[in-house]
Design a protein around this ligand. Structure first.
Ligand SMILES: [Ca+2]
Length: 77
């Protein structure tokens, strides 16, 4: 199980929502897991916003080298 932190300029529950559990559960026998993020559509003119997901130290596992992942939400209005 890998806990993670959410940050960045985008607002959780307003601009986006993380659908995965926290901590993220790695399926038995697997060495990776997917983290699902959905973007909330709005009609507001706004700058692009960032979602920064940072993996935290897991229990009974070792992280790979990349622990921080930045997603950019592009405004489409
Ligand atoms: Ca928008």
């Amino acid at each position: 199980m890998v806990p993670y932190a959410q940050g960045g300029s985008a607002t959780d529950q307003i601009d986006y929502r993380v659908e995965s559990t926290n901590p993220l559960v790695t399926p038995a026998g697997e060495s990776s897991a997917s983290l699902l993020v959905t973007i909330a559509h709005d009609t507001v003119l706004e700058p692009n916003e960032a979602v920064v997901l940072t993996l935290q130290p897991p229990a009974n596992a070792v992280l790979g080298t990349q622990m921080e992942h930045t997603l950019t939400i592009l405004d489409d209005d």
